[in-house]
Design a protein around this ligand. Structure first.
Ligand code: FE2
Length: 300
């Protein structure tokens, strides 16, 4: 089976609970990510793009990056602002140094997560701390409810060994956020109730997860392939799971090669979304204000 990429001090051999799924969701559609570059020229694949923000509320973006060529990542993401949402960066391989305008600094590496709450705003950089070797990971943008968009900025650097992990039926689950099989993930967020699992499947294994019917959910396969409700999901595809009335979860089955996949779900905010680059607010007026605050040096 696939082995975890990092030691898991909090590893739980057998989870205390199970997930009962009797009416699993079907795949509504498959999405192929769009190759793009961001920051100072980092090559990445934008999996969750702006046109899907409504459908996958409260999630705003998912970028996948992965390269052995330093030319694809070495420039990193120099100083840039954010306001109004959260970024969740999950490093599978490599080292990324984070610094911000308020003097916070952290090193994000192999298997670790940085959970950043931009709130009313900050300016930060995310720069590779390596000149060779593999850099691989994901950045997910999670919206904040209107009432929290102008809140205090904050961070949590979650080291790999702080991410709860368990094994069930040949599948190793890493719980970045939410709750699965009676185990609490590293982060909980009240308004959006995000579930963020990194699943490592041995060949031919399956994983069941209960999901609230109203929560929006998707699966991104980054190694091997899986099947969900009879639909084949190849590597580097996102499967959007249908919010079918009466459904109670999802069952993901790995192919003969095994697989690795992210399962992400959350409670939609159902609030207006106004995005301009790194600012995500509820109205155009708030976006103009964000741009003005940034230009005037009032953002961190
Ligand atoms: Fe950023």
């Amino acid at each position: 089976m696939n082995t975890s990429l990092a030691p898991a001090a909090m590893s739980i051999a057998t989870p205390p609970g199970t997930e009962t799924v009797e009416r699993p969701r079907a795949v509504e559609r498959l999405v192929t990510g769009q190759p793009t570059s961001d920051g100072a020229g980092v090559k990445l694949t934008r999996v969750l793009t702006q046109p899907l923000q409504r459908r996958l509320d409260p999630f705003l973006m998912l970028d996948a990056f992965g390269s052995d060529d330093p030319g694809d990542y070495i420039a990193g993401f120099p100083d840039h602002p954010h306001r109004g949402f959260e970024t969740v960066t999950y490093m599978i391989a490599g080292r990324l140094r984070h610094r911000d305008s308020a003097g916070h600094e952290g090193l994000l590496q192999n298997g670790g997560v940085q959970w950043m709450t931009a709130g009313r705003g900050l300016i930060h950089s995310e720069l590779p701390e390596q000149e060779s070797g593999r850099m691989e990971g994901f950045q997910l943008w999670l919206n904040l409810p209107a009432r929290d968009k102008m809140g205090e900025p904050g961070y949590r650097d979650i080291q790999s060994e702080e991410i709860p992990e368990f094994e069930t039926g040949g599948v190793t689950a890493r719980l970045i956020a939410g709750r699965s099989h009676g185990v609490d993930g590293a982060m909980q967020r009240e308004a959006t109730q995000p579930l963020y699992l990194d699943l490592h499947f041995a060949p031919g294994t399956r994983f069941a997860q209960a999901l609230a019917e109203a929560h929006n959910a998707f699966v991104y396969v980054y190694r091997g392939d899986v099947a969900i409700g009879g639909t084949a999901v190849p590597t580097q595809r996102m499967a959007i799971l249908a919010n079918t009335a009466g459904s109670d979860g999802t069952v993901i089955e790995a192919g003969a090669e095994g697989a690795r996949a992210l399962l992400i779900a959350g409670q939609p905010l159902k609030e207006p979304i106004a995005q301009y680059g790194p600012f995500v607010m509820n109205s155009n007026e708030q976006i103009f204000q964000a741009v003005e605050d940034f230009r005037a040096g009032r953002m961190g």
